[in-house]
Design a protein around this ligand. Structure first.
Ligand SMILES: [Ca+2]
Ligand SMILES: [Ca+2]
Length: 408
């Protein structure tokens, strides 16, 4: 294989170079193109790219690096460019002190000590690297690099320093300033998964999640309907949002932006609809009670009403309940039935309403109950209901049917 042959020759060259001789011959041993694309396996998974400024067009190198999982580490090749020692950009813009890059696209910044034969034992980056980039930090090499996918556009001034000694030590070093100019990503964000509408209870936390593609994404969640930016949620700046417990139906959405634009998610509607369990967790949660007594069919306070019936009626399940407000009396030669309604409100009842329906019977047999017209499905809001009927000589029974149901 041609690559193997190159590798062999390169190692040969390395031996020669390390004796600091035959710099001139270096150029004659290799074909120029061969050196530029030389990839060596050095017994480990690491791949090494060896190159030299003179022989390299920056376009070719960038291409090589893009398909190679690159771990740049010079193998001791010398550069024979004459002149004062300096640090020179090899790629992506050979010879320049500015480094063109683009958010969201792989950057391989490669630089080398050029000039008089020189090899750095250690390298340092002075200044903050743009987010997404890493310093390869090669050792014992005249070549080093910075690679990665930048996420934020902007201009970043950094200094590269090559030390003659290991561990960035010693007084002999060269420094070069580069300006990494990261152009904005041209790919605006896209949402692959929108936050989902869901039904929750007044005692539960929920998590909304959005999944988006694009680079340098920023998130801002809002209360309200998609596109309405009047109620941003402070600190809600990641892919997910923890919500609740909620006391009322609430909508949320998220705007995702990057340098190229933004996209708004669909609205996620969170409907609060309580049930026995949310009521029980709220009501029994505050007291020390045997958990077995909190089941719907138990009578925790031993007043003859199961917990579930207490829930429906709006009674306390931990205090004996006496219905003192339902009365039956004679008034002005009429029969009056009166009762106090109880609003369905508070934790355990969000999204629900309590409906009262009066029924009558002449003999209490199971199929004898009929609705009292005009007194059906009365929504309880704390009002007192009085039903007045003409007296008759027949026996009459009344019963009150209470239903807890989703708000109509
Ligand atoms: Ca009870
Ligand atoms: Ca009770």
């Amino acid at each position: 294989m041609a690559g193997d042959a190159d590798a062999t020759r390169s190692e040969l060259a390395f031996v020669k170079m390390s004796r600091s001789i035959l710099i001139h011959k270096y150029g004659s041993v290799f074909s120029k193109a061969g050196l530029a694309t030389l990839v060596l396996n050095k017994g480990t998974a690491s791949q090494f790219i060896l190159f030299e400024a003179r022989h390299l067009s920056s376009a070719a190198l960038t291409k090589v690096i893009k398909w190679t999982a690159v771990n740049v580490a010079g193998l001791g090749a010398f550069d024979a460019v004459s002149g004062a020692t300096q640090i020179t950009q090899i790629a992506p813009s050979a010879g320049s002190s500015t480094v063109p890059a683009k958010a969201g696209e792989l950057l391989n910044l490669v630089y080398q000590i050029t000039g008089a034969p020189h090899q750095a034992r250690s390298w340092a980056v002075i200044g903050e690297l743009p987010p997404g980039l890493n310093h390869l930090n090669s050792t014992n090499s005249n070549t080093d690099g910075i690679t990665g996918i930048p996420t934020e556009s902007g201009n970043y001034r950094i200094m590269i320093r090559a030390y003659k000694e290991a561990n960035n030590s010693g007084s002999k070093y060269f420094t070069k300033t580069f300006m990494i100019e990261i152009a904005p990503d041209t790919q605006s964000p896209a949402i692959s998964t929108h936050p989902l509408s869901l039904i929750t209870t007044s005692v539960r936390e929920e998590t909304l999640q959005v999944i988006a593609t694009g680079n340098g994404l920023k998130y801002q969640w809002y209360k309200g309907n998609s596109g309405d930016t009047s109620a941003p949620i402070s600190g809600a700046n990641i892919e997910s949002l923890i919500i609740g417990p909620l006391d009322e139906d609430t909508s949320y959405w998220v705007r995702i932006s990057n340098d190229s634009g933004f996209i708004d998610s669909k609205t996620a509607n969170l409907e609060v609809l309580d049930d026995y369990d949310s009521w029980a967790s709220e009501t029994f949660g505050a007291v020390n009670i045997n958990p077995e007594l909190t089941a719907p069919d138990k009578d925790a306070d031993d007043d003859g009403l199961t917990n579930e019936i207490e829930y429906i009626l709006g009674n306390s399940p931990i205090k004996q309940s006496i219905d003192s407000e339902t009365t039956l009396r004679l008034q002005n030669s009429k029969l009056e039935v009166s009762f106090q309604t109880e609003p369905a409100a508070g934790k355990g009842y969000i999204g629900l309403e309590r409906a009262y329906s009066l029924e009558e019977s002449s003999d209490i047999s199971k199929s004898s109950w009929t609705p009292v017209q005009g007194h059906q499905n009365i929504i309880g809001n704390g009002q007192e209901i009085t039903i007045s009927t003409n007296l008759s000589d027949k026996t009459k029974y009344y019963r009150l049917n209470v239903e807890l149901r989703e708000k109509s």
